[in-house]
Every structure is written in structure tokens, then in C-alpha cells.
Design a protein around this ligand. Structure first.
Ligand code: SAH
Length: 565
């Protein structure tokens, strides 16, 4: 039961809404708040006090006893803006209650317990079936008690804060084991059962064969991902029926694909019937994996079904995540979600620092200093190939002069790759400058560390001739100071000296600065590596101090006519 206590009319209104929504879970304690809190504390498992935290703390203080037995208490302020988990966050369920009350009343839940605040993943949110002592192990994780992760096969799990020793265990297994008293089992969909069946084979026969094979091999039916067979059997009722009973899909492959798979037990019968020397073994093995149960026939006579079981470890997952130009609110929600999804984070130390607070406890961080780009890329791919969920981070967009290319140049097709776009410096700067990118534009990096200067110069020349708006990345550093003047000189050959130029340093970072000047007026010495420089096209204008590139040449001429009038 949840005891509800309030002091004022506003509190009582919120209290009554909650009581009406949860009639069987709540009890309203009327009268002076002192006795009401004492009565509710004695009689209820949880309390929601529509009172100031100070008042509630004073009333509760003499009543508090044992963390394990005391009720969980949530405070809601007069304005209904916050639902504060005050005591009994885990044991008393106050964190959960704060969230539920917050959701109902439109109040922000305030949870200050360390692990919760860091957004730890509950075992039941990992997307895998789990069984055993799920609640107890989840609670141990939340309470920061040592939990051991026994991962029997590679799987791209989100981070779990696990230790080498401890009395609780999370076991990732596809074996048919019983969970220990303090053990939760996670069931990865790692088993593929290949099946073959003669026309009209009964579903019971296929099912008994599959279940028997799993049982004898000590494997859990809960880890079966799919039944696999040949295209010709895609409508075979016995296979469809068995799959339905197991609650898994049927996946089919062409006879040609299956014939190309090397199997230990080929035979002539399926070759004649469907055009491949193996159905069960080949269909189970076609996407790779380890053959755990070679082809076996059903016990019926005549046997109408065959099956084979393969273990396919989880594919690693590489997320290439752009963090945006700097400000936290320019980091996309999707990027934040991928950072929490990854159990391994790879990146430049300064970018890691930028997002450390977003990471879940248990995330393995592999950070390195400037340079070492290729090594970072290789590390990220290697970790993903080991079956981990990896996030490789970069500032702005991770694909723009950044880590995505070296990483994907290394990556093989045995990992999944997810790209999360980020706000690149050119866009962040454009928004500050006005609307400089309103027509065709290019980005050019002036760094000649990896690109010969002749190539860069050719591109600058082409952009100048094509009248493209140009944003220069990596415009100038201590050791590279002649490139920017040279590039600007090329543009001067094709544009008026009054062409607007926008200079933005540290876009969206605390020490952001920007100015709009002109091709003739830009002093390259004021530009450094924290800066992008955007040069307008021949139609770009400065309007009210902002840089504006018209949408099109026709609009522009329309505007000129208007101006002429
Ligand atoms: N992947 C990054 C670019 C990396 S190249 C992105 O998409 O933004 C590094 C160059 O980007 C710097 O030399 C600078 O020219 C530019 N840059 C990156 N962040 C910036 C910011 N916040 N403000 C201005 N320029 C920035």
C-alpha cells in the first residue's frame, strides 16, 4: 500500500488525482501531517508526501530504522514539478515510485542514487530473455554489490558493471543449465537449427527431433534463433508447425547456396530431391558457426525429418558516433543512446572527457592521444570482431575528416556497423554566421599532412571557378601557416574583395567566437585549428551583420530588380 499525505489544497489536489488513478494501491491519510506521516510509515510499504523535503525529513527522522525494512518515501513539491526519491531508493522502491509518480503527474523524477543516476541497464532491458534470480541480481547491480559476468559466448551486450568475484552471477549461456540461487541467465539467440523434411512430415515428428537433439546436446530451446531449411521446403507444414511451437521464424536458402556449403555428412537423397547434398547441416551452417549437433534423423520409421544444430556467436557491433561540435544539446539523442549501448568506447581522450558522464557504469574506455588515428580505428574494429558492442567517437560528424573512414576501411563483413550522424563544424558555424550555405557549397580541408598540397590547391581552384561557397576545415596551425593565404589568394582571383567571409572559432563551445569579414579584410593570423572559415560565393551578402547566400541565382536577380526599384 502507498500512503498519501498532503498539507495544502494544491497538494491535496495532486494527491487526489493519484488516489483516483491508483485506487487499489493507495490510501489517503487526512488530518495534521505529523500523525498522518507516522501512521502511514507504520502501515504502508511506501509513502508519497506532497510536502517540502525539509518538512518530510523532520517528520521522518525519528521514525527511520532499517534500510531493508523502512518504507520508500517520495516527496512531491507544491507545484507538482518534482517527484523526489527521498529514502529507500532501492530497497523501498522509492526510485521506481518517483518515476511512476513523476510520469503520472508530469513531474520530473529526481533520483540521486549513484547507479540509477548513471542510467544502469536493468537485466530485463538488455533485449534478451532472462530467467532465474533476475530481480535479486538486478538489485545487486543497482546497489553496487559485486556481480560476476560469466559470458560463455561472444555477444554484443550493453555494459554491465561486473567484477571478478562476487556472490551474484549473470550467465550468458545457450546451454540448458539451471540457474543458481543468486544467478540470472541471459539467453542469447545463438542456436540455428537446420531442418530437412520429406513431404508431409508431421510437425510433431520435426518438433520431437529438434527438441531431442537440443536436450541430448544440453542446449536450451530458449536460445534457438531460427529454423533454417531449403527454399523448396518453405511451405512444408511440418517445419512451419514446429517453428511455431518453438516460437521462432523459418529462414530458407536456395539449393545452390546450400550446395556450396561444406558439410560433414552429405548424402544423395536430398541431392536428387531438392538439388543439394545437404539440407539440415548446410542450412544451419550457411551463415557460419560451429556445428554442435551433426545431422540426425528422427526416430520415426520411415524417418521423415533431419536436423542439425549450429552455434552462431553474436555479431559484434560498431557504432560510429558523431558527438557534434561541442555543446551537449547539439549531441543527438541517438548519439547519446549509442554511447550507453556500447560496452567499449574508443576515442580521442579529449572527446571521451566530453561524454564521460553519459556512459553507463561498466563501460570499458580505450582512449588515446592525438594522432594514433589508424590505431584507434583498428582497435575499435578488433573489439567489435571479438563480439563486443563498440562506439567509436569523433567530434562533429564522425565521418567528416574523422574516424569513420579509417575504421570502415578496416572493417570486415562479420560485424554490424551503425552510423550516427553529428552536427559537423561547417553546419554549426553556418548557424552562427547566418545563412552562408544557402546555395551549393563544399568543405575543403587545408591539412596537407595526408593530402599533397597540389591536390588541395586543385580543389580550391575548382571551387573558386565553380562559384561554390567554401568552408575550410583545418585551416591553419602553428606549423602550417601558408596554406590559408594561398587558398584565399586563389579565391580572390574569382570573387570580389568584398565577398563575405565568416570565421567561427570553437562553435558551440564555452569560448565560442565568430565574425563576418570580407575576402580583402580577413587576417589569416587570426585563424587557428579550432576555427572554420566560410567564404561566400559571388552572390553572398552581409545583411544586418549576418552572412547570407541567396537560395538561387534567379531569386538573386529578382532581389536585385527589387532593390533597383
Ligand atoms: N569531424 C569534425 C571535423 C574534424 S577536422 C566535424 O565534423 O566537425 C578538425 C577541424 O574541424 C578543426 O581544425 C576545425 O577546422 C574544425 N572544427 C571542429 N570542431 C569545431 C568547432 N566546434 N568550431 C570550429 N571549428 C571546428
Amino acid at each position: 500500500m502507498i500512503g498519501l499525505i498532503s498539507a495544502t489544497a494544491a497538494g491535496a489536489a495532486a494527491r487526489d488525482r493519484l488516489a483516483a488513478a491508483w485506487p487499489h494501491r493507495t490510501r489517503v491519510y487526512e488530518g495534521p501531517v505529523g500523525p498522518a506521516v507516522r501512521a502511514a510509515f507504520a502501515e504502508c510499504e511506501q509513502l508519497v508526501c506532497f510536502l517540502a523535503t525539509g518538512a518530510t525529513v523532520r517528520l521522518l527522522a525519528p521514525l527511520l530504522g532499517d534500510k531493508a525494512a523502512d518504507p520508500g518515501v517520495v516527496c512531491v513539491d507544491e507545484g507538482g514539478r518534482f517527484a523526489v526519491s527521498l529514502v529507500g531508493g532501492h530497497g523501498g522502491g522509492a526510485n521506481e515510485l518517483a518515476r511512476a509518480v513523476g510520469e503520472f503527474l508530469g513531474a520530473e523524477p529526481v533520483v540521486t542514487t549513484a547507479t540509477d543516476a548513471a542510467g544502469l541497464a536493468g537485466l530485463d532491458t538488455l533485449g534478451l530473455p532472462c530467467e532465474g534470480a533476475v530481480a535479486a541480481v538486478s538489485r545487486a547491480l543497482l546497489d553496487g554489490e559485486p556481480v560476476v559476468l560469466e559470458q560463455e559466448l561472444a555477444w554484443p551486450l550493453p555494459p554491465l558493471p561486473c567484477s571478478a568475484r562476487g556472490s551474484y552471477t549473470v550467465r550468458l549461456t545457450d546451454r540448458d543449465v539451471r540457474p543458481g540461487e543468486r544467478e540470472a541467465l541471459l539467453r542469447p539467440p545463438s542456436l540455428v537449427v537446420g531442418v530437412g523434411a520429406s513431404k508431409g512430415a508431421p510437425a510433431e515428428e520435426v518438433l520431437a527431433l529438434v527438441e531431442g537433439a537440443l536436450r541430448e546436446a544440453g542446449l536450451s530451446p530458449k536460445s534457438v534463433a531460427e529454423l533454417a531449411t531449403v527454399d523448396a521446403k518453405s511451405e512444408e507444414p511440418g517445419i512451419l508447425g514446429a517453428a511455431e511451437r518453438l516460437g521462432v521464424p523459418v529462414v530458407t536458402y536456395s539449393a545452390g547456396e546450400l550446395a556450396a556449403v561444406e558439410v560433414p555428412n552429405p548424402s544423395d537423397a536430398p541431392l536428387a530431391a531438392v538439388g543439394t547434398p545437404s539440407v539440415a547441416e548446410a542450412a544451419a551452417l550457411v551463415r557460419g558457426g560451429e556445428l554442435l549437433v551433426p545431422k540426425r534423423k528422427s526416430g520415426a520409421s520411415p524417418a521423415m525429418a533431419t536436423c542439425a544444430v549450429v552455434r552462431r556467436p553474436g555479431r559484434g557491433r560498431l557504432a560510429v558516433v558523431g558527438l557534434g561540435p561541442g555543446a551537449r544539446d547539439l549531441l543527438t539523442p541517438r548519439a547519446a543512446a549509442e554511447l550507453r549501448r556500447a560496452s567499449v568506447l574508443v576515442g580521442l581522450d579529449q572527446y571521451v572527457d566530453q561524454v564521460r558522464d553519459l556512459l553507463r557504469p561498466g563501460t570499458r574506455v580505450l582512449e588515446s592521444g592525438l594522432g594514433a588515428e589508424e590505431e584507434r580505428a583498428r582497435t575499435a574494429v578488433a573489439e567489435a570482431r571479438r563480439g563486443h558492442a563498440v562506439a567509436l567517437i569523433g567530434s562533429g560528424d564522425a565521418g567528416v575528416y574523422a574516424m569513420a573512414s579509417p575504421a570502415l576501411a578496416e572493417a570486415s563483413d562479420d560485424i554490424d556497423v551503425v552510423g550516427v550522424p553529428g552536427v559537423t563544424a561547417a553546419l554549426a558555424a553556418a548557424a552562427i554566421l547566418g545563412a552562408p550555405l544557402g546555395h551549393d557549397h563544399v568543405s575543403i580541408s587545408l591539412s596537407d599532412l595526408h593530402t599533397p598540397w597540389e591536390v588541395i590547391e586543385r580543389r580550391v581552384r575548382a571551387a573558386a571557378e565553380a562559384d561554390l561557397v567554401v568552408t575550410f576545415y583545418n585551416p591553419r596551425s602553428r606549423g602550417r601557416d601558408w596554406q590559408l593565404p594561398k587558398a584565399l589568394a586563389i579565391l580572390v582571383g574569382h570573387r570580389e574583395p568584398a565577398t563575405p567571409v565568416g570565421v567561427v572559432r570553437n562553435a558551440s563551445r564555452p569560448d565560442e567566437s565568430s565574425r563576418v569579414t570580407t575576402l580583402a579584410g580577413l587576417d589569416p593570423a587570426t585563424v587557428d585549428m579550432m576555427t572554420v572559415v566560410t567564404v561566400g560565393n559571388t552572390a553572398s551578402r552581409t545583411v544586418a551583420g549576418r552572412m547570407v547566400t541567396p537560395r538561387g541565382y534567379r531569386w538573386q536577380s529578382g532581389r536585385t530588380q527589387e532593390e533597383a526599384r
